[in-house]
Design a protein. Structure first.
Length: 517
C-alpha cells in the first residue's frame, strides 16, 4: 500500500474513533484575531472567591486591556475595568461576576491613544451561591448612574458565625463577590469580628480571633502577609495608620479582664510599638450601667472600635459600656465623651472628671441641667451616645458615631439608634451635637449591638448601617444611605440572613469599589 493511502486510512480511523467515543475530543474555540496569541480564563483561581476569575492573555504587539462584565440590570450595571500599563502578556483579575450565571465578559485591546483595536468575548459560567447567603431587598433604589458596591462584613451563619464570609452587593441587590474560607488551611474557622477593611494598596486587612493573627489578602482571597499578635487575643477591630502600621484592639491574656488594650503593630517587623492599657488610663471599677450583655467585672470596657487622629497622632477608642475616650501615645486622656455619671480616678491616679466634655445647646451655651449631664434625660439640642460603635472623623474634623441606644438614659433598650455628629472643642472641653439621623426611624433601624456609620465622599452622604435590626420579626440589617445636606434617603436595602443567630445580620457595611483603583 502506498504511504499516502496508509496515511488517509489512519486519519479516517482517528476521526471515526473520536466520533464514537463517550468522551469526544473538544478543542478550544478558535480565536479569529490578528493580535491575540492566547486567550483563556481560570474561574476562582484561589479556591476561595467563587465570583472571581483570572484571564490569561498573550498578544503579538503591545496593547492596553479593558474588560467589561455585562450587567443584568441594564447598562448602568455593566462593570468596566481598564488595567494600567501596556504589554503583550497579561494575567487579568476579573471581579464582579454574577453567581449561577453565564457571564459575558468583553475583552478589549486598546491602542496607545485608547482606541479600540479589537474586542473578544468570553463566557464564564459560575456556580450558585452557598446556602447561608442572605436575601437582599432594595427598599429605596439608588438613582445613581454609576455602579455602586456595598461591602458587607456578614455574620449570618449557623455555627457560631464561623467561618465568616464577607460579600459585596451592588445597588440592584445582586451579590457580585464573596469569600468562602471553609476549606482554607489557616482560615477555615475565621472569626473577623468587625470585619475587613481596605488597605491603601487595595488589599483587604482583618484580624482573626481563631489564629490570633492579622492578615492581608488580595481580592481573590490569596494571603499576601500575616502578623502574629504574640500572646494577645484579637477582638473587634484593626485599622491601618497613614504610616502603614496597624492599630488593633486586643486582650492581654495575662490580665483578669478582657478587651481593654490597644496595640500598634509595626507593619515591617511585626513588633508592638505602643501599648495602651485602658486599666491605667481609665477607671475599671466604674459601673454606670445597671445591666449589660456581658459580665462587667470581666468585660468592663469592651473596646469595639478605634479611629486614628492624624492631626495630633492620637487614638479615639469606643468602649461599649464606658463611652468614647481620646488618648495620646503615652496613654494619657485628652477627653472623655460619655454621660458624667460615676467617673472617678484612673488606674494611674488621675481625676477623670477633668476630661469630661460639657454639652452645648444650639446657641453655644453650656447645658447645666444635671439630669442631662448625668444622662438621665435628653436635652432638645443634645443627646449622649449610648453603647456606641464606630467613631469616625469627618472631613470637617467633627466626630461621628453610631449611637446604638442600648440602655439609653439607663432605661432598658432603645428605642432607636442614630448616626450623630459632634463638634468637640478639646481646649474648652465642650461638645455640640450638630447633625443626627435615625431617631425618627425608631425600632426598624434600632440595633442594640454591632453596626457602623461611614462617610461617602463621592455622594456627600452618610452610610448608616444598623446590623442587628429586628424587622418583621426576623434578624435583619439595614444599609441606609442618607444625603448629608437634606437627610433624604438616597439608597436603602434590607439584608435578611436565612439563620437567626443572636439577631445579627452583619457587623458593618462599607461603601467600597470592587476594584481598588
Amino acid at each position: 500500500m502506498k504511504s499516502s493511502n496508509l496515511l488517509l486510512l489512519i486519519c479516517f480511523a482517528l476521526i471515526m474513533y473520536a466520533c464514537s467515543s463517550e468522551d469526544p475530543i473538544v478543542a478550544d474555540p478558535p480565536i479569529d484575531s490578528e493580535l491575540i496569541e492566547e486567550l483563556g480564563f481560570t474561574l476562582n483561581p484561589s479556591g476561595y472567591a467563587p465570583l472571581t476569575a483570572v484571564i490569561n492573555l498573550e498578544t503579538n504587539s503591545s496593547v492596553q486591556v479593558e474588560i467589561e462584565i455585562t450587567g443584568k440590570n441594564g447598562a448602568s450595571s455593566n462593570l468596566t475595568k481598564r488595567f494600567i500599563g501596556t504589554g503583550t502578556e497579561f494575567e487579568l483579575d476579573v471581579l464582579g461576576l454574577y453567581p449561577d450565571h453565564l457571564n459575558t465578559v468583553l475583552v478589549r485591546l486598546l491602542g496607545p491613544s485608547g482606541t479600540n483595536l479589537e474586542t473578544q468575548t468570553l463566557e464564564i459560567q459560575t456556580g450558585p451561591l452557598i446556602a447561608d447567603m442572605p436575601q437582599i431587598t432594595i427598599d429605596t433604589p439608588s438613582n445613581s448612574t454609576n455602579l455602586e458596591f456595598n461591602f458587607v462584613n456578614y455574620f449570618g451563619f449557623v455555627e457560631n458565625f464561623r467561618p465568616q464570609r464577607p460579600f459585596i452587593f451592588d445597588q440592584y441587590g445582586e451579590i457580585r463577590w464573596y469569600l468562602n474560607f471553609s476549606i482554607h488551611p489557616q482560615l477555615s474557622n475565621l472569626f473577623y469580628d468587625n470585619g475587613m477593611t481596605r488597605l491603601k494598596n487595595g488589599n483587604l486587612l482583618f484580624g482573626d480571633a481563631s489564629t490570633r493573627r492579622l492578615y492581608e489578602i488580595d481580592m481573590l482571597g490569596r494571603v499576601e502577609q500575616s502578623w502574629s499578635l504574640q500572646n494577645y487575643d484579637f477582638h473587634h477591630h484593626v485599622i491601618e495608620k497613614p504610616d502603614g502600621n496597624f492599630l488593633v484592639t486586643v486582650t492581654d491574656t495575662s490580665f483578669s479582664t478582657v478587651e481593654d488594650v490597644i496595640v500598634e503593630v509595626d507593619r515591617q517587623t511585626g513588633q508592638f510599638i505602643t501599648i495602651w492599657d485602658l486599666n491605667e488610663s481609665l477607671d475599671n471599677t466604674r459601673r454606670a450601667w445597671p445591666t449589660d450583655l456581658a459580665n462587667l467585672e470581666f468585660d468592663w470596657f469592651h473596646a469595639n472600635s478605634i479611629e486614628y487622629s492624624s492631626n495630633d497622632e492620637q487614638i479615639i477608642v469606643s468602649g461599649r459600656t464606658q463611652g468614647i475616650v481620646k488618648l495620646n501615645s503615652t496613654n494619657e486622656v485628652s477627653y472623655i465623651l460619655a454621660p458624667h455619671k460615676d467617673w472617678g480616678t484612673s488606674g494611674s491616679g488621675q481625676d477623670l472628671t477633668q476630661f469630661l466634655l460639657t454639652p452645648l445647646d444650639a446657641d453655644d451655651s453650656e447645658i447645666t441641667d444635671a439630669d442631662v449631664l448625668l444622662g438621665n434625660t435628653n436635652h432638645p439640642d443634645f443627646e449622649w451616645s449610648w453603647y456606641q460603635h464606630s467613631p469616625i472623623l469627618l472631613p470637617n474634623g467633627n466626630l461621628m458615631v453610631f449611637d446604638n441606644g442600648d440602655n439609653r438614659n439607663y432605661s432598658n433598650f432603645g428605642p432607636y439608634s442614630r448616626a450623630v455628629e459632634y463638634e468637640i472643642d478639646e481646649v474648652n472641653k465642650t461638645i455640640k451635637q450638630v447633625w443626627t439621623y435615625g431617631k425618627d426611624r425608631g425600632q426598624e433601624a434600632y440595633a442594640r449591638i454591632v453596626s457602623k456609620v461611614s462617610y461617602v465622599a463621592d455622594n456627600n452622604s452618610i452610610l448608616f448601617t444598623p446590623g442587628s435590626s429586628a424587622d418583621q420579626g426576623s434578624a435583619a440589617g439595614k444599609v441606609i444611605e442618607v444625603d448629608y445636606n437634606t437627610k433624604t434617603v438616597r439608597f436603602e436595602a434590607t439584608i435578611r440572613p436565612p439563620n437567626n443567630v443572636f439577631n445579627i445580620s452583619f457587623h458593618n457595611v462599607l461603601r467600597m469599589d470592587l476594584y481598588p483603583n
